[in-house]
Write a protein that binds this ligand. Structure first.
Ligand SMILES: [Zn+2]
Length: 205
């Protein structure tokens, strides 16, 4: 009889142990060690958890750069982009140089357009077959932020006949007369994001 009595107790123990394992596993997935460096020195890639990106970026910047979102065309950020003069466009997520005003051109598509990336070669390209379309996605080489897509052979009178169709939310513009930003450290990024989030919230008020 004692054997039969023990079975439910053992079952309880087993399920408790299983629950503990599952909890630990889920936890590990959600929150990898916080001691992870912000920049992986081997690949020179910015490594951050999803949670950290959410803290660093405004909701719109996060949606575009980390979930491959697309901003509304002809929006406020695009108007601002059109009005910008000479300068450099950096990755909003990590501060890597991506484009300059030299490669900027007016395509009329409603998103920032460049015919090439800057000499810094900070832009990566990869095939994107999502949504039933064959496109070339462009990302930031340093942090894998989604930037937009590149289209070819559309007949624009530019040196490359390519159109980098970029979300303004993924770009940080710095005027030529201003000092270029330092590559974003975690601490600096937090401050920037807090300021940008506040600006977003003020706009909603
Ligand atoms: Zn980046």
């Amino acid at each position: 009889m004692t054997v039969f009595k023990r079975i439910p107790a053992m079952k309880r123990l087993l399920s408790l142990a299983l629950a503990a394992v599952v909890t630990v596993a889920c936890h590990a997935e959600d929150k990898p060690s916080t001691s992870k460096p912000a920049v992986d020195t081997k690949t020179d890639k910015v490594v951050k958890t999803d949670e950290e990106w959410r803290k660093l970026l405004t909701p719109e910047q996060y949606r575009v750069t980390r979930t491959a979102g697309t901003e509304r065309p002809f929006g406020e950020a695009y108007e601002k982009f059109n009005a910008e003069g000479e300068g450099t466009y950096y990755c909003v997520a990590c501060g890597a140089e991506l484009f300059t005003s030299k490669e900027k051109f007016h395509s009329g598509c409603g998103w920032p357009s460049f015919y090439d990336s800057s000499k810094a070669k900070g832009v990566a390209e990869r095939v994107d077959d999502s949504g039933g379309m064959h496109r070339i996605e462009v990302t930031c080489k340093r942090c894998d932020a989604h930037l937009g897509h590149v289209f070819e052979g559309e007949g624009f009178k530019t040196p490359t006949n390519r159109r980098f169709c970029i979300n303004a939310a993924a770009l940080k513009f710095v005027e030529a007369k201003d000092a270029k930003p330092e590559l974003q450290s975690l601490e600096q990024g937090k401050k920037n994001a807090a300021a940008a989030r506040k600006a977003d919230e003020d706009k909603l008020k």
